[in-house]
Unconditional design. Structure first.
Length: 372
């Protein structure tokens, strides 16, 4: 009776920490949908803060440049109603005077981001029993009976999400029946279970734009000497291990003849290891690249608005005609990017490039082994 009681208690402890199909919410209560949603909203917040920062610079008087009234109007509208930012577009700055200002914000709105998630959850649930018996022939002789039940379960989940900053800023957080997609999704970093909190997308977004505007960021195309759209990718790996052990034991005082229980114990352990890999890629739309040369030349020239934060030596760039129209979106023929390690939806060429940047970084994990 006592042995069964011990076994039942240990089993209840282990079963409470056991899953047939391990998923992220087993540990934190945050499911896969909310993990993706949270990181999308973190990215939107990073893009929004960068946009607002540059608008504030543009709306402020400087020694060599007066404030731009349009930027001040946009900020006033935002302060009165934050949802108004969803209606802002680069075309708000009308006229030839603001051509490069439009190009500056077109870079932001045309930028795409791809997030690839590899979530691996592993559980080990071990249950061991030890029973020691005293024989009637010798009080000092014991007979040990042991038994073990060891179980392991692993689930690997992989998926890819793509966005453009234009969609994140203008569409994603539009109120639906009084609720916004990102309500309650901006949270602090979770150092115990990082995938459930802030993972630092804002630093990657800032670095990308600094390199695009100021660092000459680019990638090589297939043609010798050709320069392709700027891309950048980060790969983050988070591992969390939770270990719980239970070892109850009962000692008996033997009475009478025959085999008697001396002691009985049950050892139970439950180990959960979650390894989460998030690979994030940022890319600029091919159609916007044509304006980068003139934009960089403008940013490094004395003609620039002091509202743009530039502090690097000048670079020489060819200018494009002022009348040229820059498109910020192009749908790939298939609408689907298929790489070596992932498949992703690509509604614009920028999303296709962002997914490709992620795929290239993940492909480094693959090693080709020659057959003997």
């Amino acid at each position: 009776m006592f042995v069964r009681l011990i076994a039942a208690s240990a089993a209840a402890f282990l079963l409470s920490n056991c899953a047939i199909h391990p998923v992220p919410e087993d540990v934190t209560g945050v499911n896969t949908y909310h993990i993706a949603r949270q990181i999308r909203c973190e990215t939107r917040e990073a893009a929004l803060q960068f946009l607002l920062r540059e608008l504030r610079r543009l709306a402020t008087d400087h020694e060599d440049q007066l404030a731009v009234p349009i930027a001040r109007q946009v900020l006033d509208e935002y302060e009165a109603n934050p949802d108004s930012i969803s209606k802002f577009t680069p075309e708000r700055f009308r006229g030839p005077k603001y051509e490069q200002v439009r190009n500056f914000y077109r870079v932001i709105y045309s930028t795409a981001i791809a997030y690839n998630f590899d979530l691996t959850m592993t559980e080990n649930n071990d249950l061991g029993t030890t029973i020691n018996l005293l024989g009637p022939w010798a009080r000092k002789f014991t007979l040990g009976v042991t038994g073990d039940v060891n179980r392991a379960r692993t689930n690997e989940r992989s998926f890819t999400v793509t966005d453009t900053f234009g969609d994140l800023l203008m569409t994603v957080n539009t109120p639906v029946r009084g609720r916004r997609y990102c309500d309650g999704q901006i949270v602090q970093a979770n150092y115990v279970y990082p995938i459930a909190g802030h993972i630092g997308v804002d630093e990657l977004v800032m670095t990308f734009f600094q390199l695009v505007y100021l660092g000459g960021l680019s990638v090589k195309d297939g043609d010798p000497g050709a320069i392709g759209p700027p891309t950048i990718a980060d790969k983050l790996t988070f591992t969390t291990t939770i270990d719980a052990t239970l070892t109850p034991k009962i000692i008996f005082t033997p009475v009478g003849a025959g085999f008697q229980l001396a002691d009985a114990s049950v050892t139970g352990s439950a180990t959960r290891t979650d390894t989460h890999k998030v690979t994030v890629g940022l890319a600029l739309d091919k159609e916007v690249v044509a304006s980068l040369g003139s934009l960089r030349g403008y940013l490094f020239s004395r003609e620039r608005s002091a509202g743009f934060s530039v502090a690097s030596p000048p670079v020489r760039s060819a200018r494009v005609p002022a009348s040229r129209t820059v498109r910020t979106a192009r749908v790939p023929p298939s609408g689907i990017f298929i790489g070596n390690t992932l498949t992703a939806q690509a509604r614009t060429s920028a999303e296709e490039l962002a997914a490709n940047a992620v795929d290239q970084l993940k492909s480094r994990e693959l090693q080709l082994i020659r057959s003997p």
